[in-house]
Write a protein that binds this ligand. Structure first.
Ligand SMILES: C[S@@+](CC[C@H](N)C(=O)[O-])C[C@H]1O[C@@H](n2cnc3c(N)ncnc32)[C@H](O)[C@@H]1O
Length: 814
């Protein structure tokens, strides 16, 4: 073992990621992380953010760039896997439970039990294992690990207890490395130091030493499309200096939260908890003063359910638009529509404890869908006759000369927050779920009830209050007054909000109760509480679906449940009592070292001047998520009155600067961004460009972009991050391509066409290896373990790209 720093220079050494990457194991780990959904490490900061790149993938890219590829690739791979907690001994800790000494002795053949364990009373057991514990004379025997048996030895023994199963199954049953971050790497440092000539006992030490060997200083890692901050977080946790930036201020907000909330100190967390409690108290007090969420008999509103209502043009009846009349399957609650021929209206009666058959009957509501695009229609019956009207007909949709759709819905105005009496589409409160503490025992009891005269009176109180205050709230920036932007080519979200409802401003997506809570939270908000605000907005808008499913929690879901902002015919509004969990959101704690450089900036990817060593980026591509449109949902609330920490950012999605589409504009902006990164990169710096594999045309694009930016590709990898059934099915695999690039120096050795072809060939070969030929990821542990002598598939050595340098050995510094 080598415990002193060997002054190797890695300045010109190829990086490990230019030679090998265990893409299959990485795919399995990435998939596991993606599947964790809400319990992903950073998701609590903003579950609304789509397209988070897995932390494991980010970590692999950073380490892969810093570690050298030596003349011993097999050992390189072993060490890399240890650092990624992919080795057998790490799985001992990642497993749900570690085996007890007696279990080990029952299972394993051990020549000398005394080498590992102390036994009391001495001499009762045989000298060797396995031990048959069913013997009565062993009943009172106590076994413990020897105090001088180190952690590595223990883990080696325990690793033999792991089931013989493919890697995928191991990962399926184990915890993610970050869940056992504190201890999982305890056994690896001697081996790491031995191989790398370092003297480290933690990632920050390792990263610092590798950075000095390669760049002369602690490595500066940058992500100019930082999004939710996944890469910056992985880099900071490893101990790198970090430069993170994004054009969109909501991305900057999330990345700020990564460092200041999840990565915050113990003290900052205490302050946050106190601020949250105060916020809840203030909001609760103001709402209680209005008396709009209690029934006066000890019950508090948990959820208010609203639906759109419209007049059927064929019958003249006012019909509530309910895609289903099932209010809650779990609680067996349905809404009964009781016709009143005199007023041509329906009363809505809420019935609880109904039979299964009644639930089934209630599945059909007054809104159906038909045709290829699922066009919605209203359907109701009068005197046994069914009347059906397409919603598009009802709205009077027509195609305008510019190809967009117009209709006769009245566009809402800036001070509107509920429909005007003459509007085609009205809104109606149709059910309330109430809650109160159980009389006996802990917890709450719940009741779904029909709407009463008293409830309607409370509705008027909140509507009047909003009418009196809205202009003031908007002026102060507590509530949005921002228009929904629709300019440019037809984009889905904005158009649907306007076409389907007549909404023209972002606050129209919130009803009076939701506006009041939003205004109160926004008014009292500090930087650290902005995450409570965004959480509340996501869960409490006219786009927040009420989950009526059997196992569902009878709660509202996020407006960002999918990638578009879809309008709903019926939705839920949470009472403040039910918003508490959002307001008092708990975040995981992974403190980052604040002595390191950590910067979060809000600018376009080509507008910066700071030099960095590694750029690891995940640029927007093609028809992926339209961040620059959907995030206006939050920008509208924050732009006028952001907390001081965020005041320097431009609270606008700056759509014209956002990189999007696949056309010439896209290519030009990508080149501008990557050219700038290349200019601001140390000469021996490395870039990893990630993008999601969507269609064949990307190869030519990416080759052109890389070339025009002054880069050369030194390796290309494919990591599948979608479902494992997709992995097996083969053709529909979707994942992430990693292009490893260096500055293009000197004579050019390849043409752009060759480059595109080589990237495509390489990635296609890897996709094949990951799918049809994916025996090893499904192979037994024995085979998997044998990957220590890597086969080409496990190492997945890339076919050498034309510009890949030959393997130099580590050169000793003079
Ligand atoms: C694919 S996302 C990055 C996601 C991120 N890797 C994550 O894990 O959350 C791309 C990001 O690029 C940002 N973006 C788009 N155009 C940009 C530009 N011109 N300059 C900087 N950032 C831009 C978007 O706001 C978005 O956050």
């Amino acid at each position: 073992m080598n415990n002193c720093v060997t002054p190797f220079s890695l300045k010109d050494a190829p990086a490990l990621i230019e030679r090998l990457l265990p893409v299959q194991k990485l795919s399995v780990e990435s998939y596991k992380e993606q599947e964790a959904r809400q319990s992903k490490t950073l998701t609590a900061l903003g579950s609304y953010w789509k397209g988070r790149k897995p932390l494991s993938l980010n970590k692999a890219c950073i380490l892969g760039c810093l570690l050298p590829a030596t003349e011993d690739p097999a050992r390189d791979l072993e060490i890399f896997e240890k650092l990624m907690a992919m080795d057998d001994e790490s799985f001992v800790v990642r497993w749900k439970r570690r085996p007890r000494p007696k279990e080990i002795l029952a299972m394993l053949s051990i020549a000398h039990i005394a080498d590992y364990f102390t036994v009391e009373p001495e001499g009762v057991l045989p000298a060797f294992a396995p031990v048959d514990w069913s013997k009565p004379e062993y009943a009172t025997v106590k076994v413990a690990w020897r105090a001088d048996c180190n952690e590595l030895e223990r883990r080696r023994l325990e690793a033999q207890m792991l089931p013989k199963a493919p890697y995928r199954e191991w990962v399926g049953q184990a915890q993610r490395p970050e869940e056992v971050m504190d201890t999982v790497h305890d056994h690896i440092w001697d081996a790491v130091n031995d191989h790398l000539g370092t003297s480290v006992h933690s990632f920050p030490e390792l990263v610092e030493q590798l950075g000095i060997m390669r760049f002369g200083h602690r490595p500066r890692v940058a992500d100019m499309f930082c999004g939710s901050g996944q890469l910056p977080f992985a880099a900071a946790r490893l101990g790198c200096d970090v430069y993170a930036s994004d054009l969109n201020p909501v991305a900057c907000l999330l990345t700020w939260g990564v460092f200041n909330i999840v990565g915050g100190s113990e003290e900052s967390r205490k302050k946050l908890a106190k601020a949250q409690l105060e916020l809840v108290h203030r909001v609760q007090t103001e709402i209680d003063n209005l008396g709009v969420e209690t029934d006066g008999k000890g019950w508090r509103a948990k959820v208010f359910l609203y639906c759109v209502e419209t007049r059927c043009p064929q019958t003249g009846w006012l019909v509530p638009l309910l895609p289903t009349r099932v209010v809650s399957k779990g609680y067996r609650v349905v809404a009964e529509l009781v016709p009143d021929p005199l007023t041509k209206r329906y009363a809505i009666q809420i019935r609880t404890g109904v039979s299964k058959a009644e639930i089934e009957a209630a599945e059909t509501g007054t809104v159906g869908r038909e045709g290829k695009y699922g066009e919605a229609y209203l359907i109701h019956h009068v005197a046994g006759v069914a009347y059906k009207t397409k919603l598009s007909t009802l709205r009077g949709d027509y195609q305008k000369s510019d190809g967009t759709i117009g209709n006769r819905l009245r566009p809402w105005e800036k001070l509107d927050f509920i429909p005007q009496p003459d509007d085609l589409l009205q809104e109606r409160l149709y059910c309330i779920q109430w809650m109160r503490p159980k009389k006996k025992g802990k917890g709450e009891e719940y009741e779904f009830r029909s709407v009463t005269e008293d409830d309607l009176r409370r509705e008027h109180v909140i509507q009047d209050y909003t009418a009196r205050h809205l202009a003031d709230w908007q002026r102060r920036g507590w509530v949005p007054d921002m228009r929904i932007e629709v300019g440019g080519p037809p984009r889905y979200q904005g158009l649907d909000l306007i076409r389907a409802r007549g909404w023209t401003h972002w606050h129209h997506l919130f009803n009076p109760r939701q506006l009041l809570v939003g205004a109160l939270v926004n008014r009292h908000s500090a930087a650290c509480l902005t995450f409570s605000l965004t959480q509340v907005l996501n869960l409490n808008s006219r786009l927040s679906r009420f989950d009526n499913s059997e196992g569902g929690a009878a709660a509202t879901k996020g407006a960002f449940d999918n990638q578009a902002l879809n309008t709903l015919f019926n939705y839920g509004t949470r009472g403040i009592a039910f918003l508490r969990t959002a307001l008092e959101q708990k975040y995981p704690s992974f403190p980052v070292d604040t002595n390191h450089m950590i910067e979060v900036h809000n600018h376009a990817a080509d507008k910066f001047a700071k030099e960095n060593d590694l750029y690891i980026t995940d640029p927007p591509y093609g028809d992926a998520i339209k961040y620059e449109e959907i995030l206006d949902f939050f920008i509208a609330w924050l732009r006028k009155n952001p907390p001081p920490e965020f005041a320097a950012w431009v609270w606008d999605s700056r759509r014209s600067l956002a990189i999007k589409g696949e056309d010439e504009d896209f290519r030009r902006s990508m080149v501008a961004a990557y050219k700038r990164m290349t200019e601001c990169m140390s000469d021996n710096g490395i870039q990893v460009i990630m993008f999601t594999h969507q269609n064949g045309s990307i190869w030519g694009d990416m080759a052109n972009i890389v070339w025009a930016s002054g880069l050369q590709v030194t390796a290309a990898w494919y990591v599948a991050t979608e479902t494992d059934s997709a992995l097996r099915a083969g053709s529909h695999v979707k994942g992430t391509v990693l292009l490893v690039c260096r500055k293009r120096q000197g004579a050019l050795k390849t043409t752009r066409d060759d480059l595109a072809w080589e990237i495509q060939e390489e990635v296609e070969a890897q996709v094949q290896a990951l799918t049809g030929l994916n025996q090893e990821a499904g192979a037994s542990t024995a085979t998997r373990t044998s990957s220590k002598t890597p086969t080409s598939r496990w190492r997945a050595t890339p076919r050498r790209c034309a510009c890949l340098p030959a393997t130099p050995s580590l050169t000793a510094a003079t």
